[in-house]
Write a protein that binds this ligand. Sequence first.
Ligand SMILES: C[S@@+](CC[C@H](N)C(=O)[O-])C[C@H]1O[C@@H](n2cnc3c(N)ncnc32)[C@H](O)[C@@H]1O
Length: 186
Amino acid sequence: MIINATSFVHTLLRAHLQHGNTAIDATIGNGWDTVVLAELVGNSGTVYGFDIQQVALDVTNSRLRTANYTAKLFIENHANMANVLPQECKGNVHAITFNLGYLPGGDKCLTTTTETTIEALVCGLEMLAHRGIITVVCYQHPEGIDELQAIRRWLQQQPQDIVVCTETHFLNQRGTPPIVVTISKL
Ligand SMILES: C[S@@+](CC[C@H](N)C(=O)[O-])C[C@H]1O[C@@H](n2cnc3c(N)ncnc32)[C@H](O)[C@@H]1O
């Protein structure tokens, strides 16, 4: 059921991913998305995860252990994913998730930035398989809006015969709910 940005993204991932696939969580945070990716690709698939904070890796590893899933986690800026991932990932990743901003309950200064997010999306597109999907949960606090605007500008320049880009808004939620961007490779 779709009740918020996270469940919307998980619904899309469930429709896209199969056992044996490869997926990337570009912002592992507290590991909720990593566990869903690991469940969907199963033991025959592979999940890679990135975060710049050791605490995110620790929490996520513990969550994975409890759920009896595995993932290969890196303490690394997602903009550098191409330097860390095995060569065979290029063009073979079926889904990549981004959940922008800072670690809930953590240091708000350790947040995604416009420049590195765009670099990571460029890299992610190279990694993505045909029919693969990138999902990006974007927040509407002041820095988040700048990041979202930059993502929009970049997506509007992408050729429509290569990728299809969408933006989903929650119309009747209180406050300023997150916006979900998707990039599907044709
Ligand atoms: C909103 S949280 C992610 C939530 C997470 N997906 C979950 O399921 O709990 C954003 C995370 O992005 C991480 N982050 C910020 N900049 C990053 C970067 N350049 N590369 C990788 N991770 C980054 C933060 O440390 C934080 O843990």
